[in-house]
Design a protein around this ligand. Structure first.
Ligand SMILES: C[S@@+](CC[C@H](N)C(=O)[O-])C[C@H]1O[C@@H](n2cnc3c(N)ncnc32)[C@H](O)[C@@H]1O
Length: 304
C-alpha cells in the first residue's frame, strides 16, 4: 500500500509502529470514534484486536478512557512483535505509574486483562471459537488482507450486534510535497505492488480498501453506522523538526517504497527510483518533506 507498512520481519518494525502512534493519534476520525464510544458495551467487555502489532491501540484506548476493564486480546501473526508488545505495554504503564503485571500469556493493566494470541488471521478464522468478542478492532490492517474473504469470518467472531471499529484503511491517494516529476509513476507502481501482494499464502490487501469497505460491510450485513476520513498528515514544524519520532516514520515509508519497487524494475527504472529516493531523503533530512495518505475509518455493528 502507499499508506506504507513495512513487512513485519523488517528490523525496526517495532520502532516504526511506535513512531506511527502520534501520526494515528491525529488521524483517527473523531466522529467515528464518538460512535464507537456510543456503541461501547458498559461493564467489562471482551475486545479483540486483530493485527494488533505492538499494542499501541490498547494503550491509546486506555489513555482516552474508551476501555478500562474487561479483557483485551491482541492477535497478530508476528510472534516477535507480540513479545515486544508485552515489554512495550509494561514500559508504557510504568511511565504513567499505572498498575501492571506481566502474565504468562500477556499482562494485567489496571483492571484490564491483556491477552496475546499468536495467529495468522485467515487460519484463525477457519477455527471454531467458543468465546465471542463484544468489540472487534482492526487498525491499519484490513488493507493487508483479502477483505471480501475475511469479513464474514470476522463478523462471526463477534456476538450478535457486536461492535466493530475498523480504522486507518488506506484508500488509494498518496501525496508527497514538494511535488516530483516521478511521483505518479512511483505511487502508481506501489499501488500495483499492493494490489498483487501475497502474504501467508493469501492475497494481502489492495490499494482502495477504504472506499470498497462501504460495499463489503453492506454485503456482510453490517453496514457502517459512521464513516470518515483518517488521513495521515506528516509535516515538519517551522524549525524543520518533525514531532516525536515521525522523521523515523517517514524514513520507514521511503524504505518500504524502495524495498517494494526494487524488485519491479519493469515499473520504475532503478536509476529513476534511486534519484527519486535521494531527493526525498534529502528533503526529509532538511525538514522539508510532507507526506499525506488518504484513509477511512468505520464503526458499526455485526448482524443481529
Ligand atoms: C501495519 S501493522 C498495524 C499494527 C497495529 N494495528 C498498529 O496500527 O500499530 C499490521 C499488523 O498486522 C499484522 N498482520 C498482517 N497480516 C496479518 C494476518 N494475515 N494475520 C495476522 N496478523 C497480520 C502484522 O504482523 C502487523 O503487526
Amino acid at each position: 500500500m502507499t499508506r506504507i507498512d513495512e513487512p513485519s520481519t523488517t528490523p525496526g518494525y517495532d520502532r516504526y509502529l511506535a513512531a506511527k502512534t502520534t501520526v494515528d493519534d491525529r488521524a483517527l476520525n473523531s466522529q467515528v470514534l464518538a460512535e464507537l464510544r456510543r456503541l461501547m458495551p458498559a461493564g467489562a467487555p471482551r475486545v479483540l484486536e486483530v493485527g494488533a502489532g505492538l499494542g499501541t491501540m490498547v494503550a491509546r484506548l486506555l489513555d482516552w478512557g474508551v476501555v478500562g476493564a474487561g479483557e483485551y486480546i491482541l492477535l497478530d501473526a508476528d510472534r516477535q512483535l507480540l513479545d515486544c508488545s508485552r515489554r512495550w505495554l509494561r514500559d508504557w504503564a510504568a511511565a504513567r505509574r499505572a498498575r501492571s503485571e506481566l502474565l504468562p500469556d500477556g499482562l494485567q493493566l489496571g483492571d484490564l486483562r491483556v491477552r496475546l494470541v499468536h495467529a495468522e488471521l485467515g487460519g484463525y478464522l477457519e477455527l471454531a471459537h467458543a468465546e465471542l468478542a463484544d468489540v472487534l478492532i482492526a487498525n491499519a490492517v484490513l488493507d493487508l488482507v483479502d477483505v471480501p474473504a475475511v469479513l464474514p469470518g470476522l463478523m462471526r467472531l463477534l456476538v450478535p450486534s457486536g461492535v466493530y471499529w475498523f480504522t486507518i484503511n488506506y484508500d488509494g491517494e498518496t501525496i508527497f510535497e514538494p511535488g516530483h516529476p516521478l511521483d505518479d509513476q512511483v505511487v502508481g507502481a506501489y499501488h500495483r505492488d499492493m494490489d498483487e501482494r501475497i502474504r501467508y499464502g493469501r492475497p494481502a490487501g489492495e490499494s482502495r480498501t477504504g472506499r470498497h469497505l462501504f460495499h463489503h460491510l453492506r454485503d456482510a450485513r453490517a453496514p457502517a453506522l459512521a464513516a470518515g476520513s483518517s488521513d495521515w498528515v506528516v509535516y515538519p514544524a517551522a524549525d524543520g523538526t518533525y514531532p516525536a519520532d515521525e522523521a523515523y516514520f517517514l524514513r520507514s515509508i521511503l524504505r518500504t517504497i524502495r524495498d517494494a519497487l526494487r524488485s519491479r524494475p519493469d515499473q520504475v527504472e532503478p536509476a529513476d527510483l534511486a534519484d527519486w529516493l535521494a531527493v526525498r531523503c534529502r528533503q526529509l533530512a532538511a525538514g522539508e518533506l510532507i507526506y499525506i495518505a488518504h484513509q477511512l475509518d468505520f464503526a458499526g455493528r455485526s448482524p443481529g
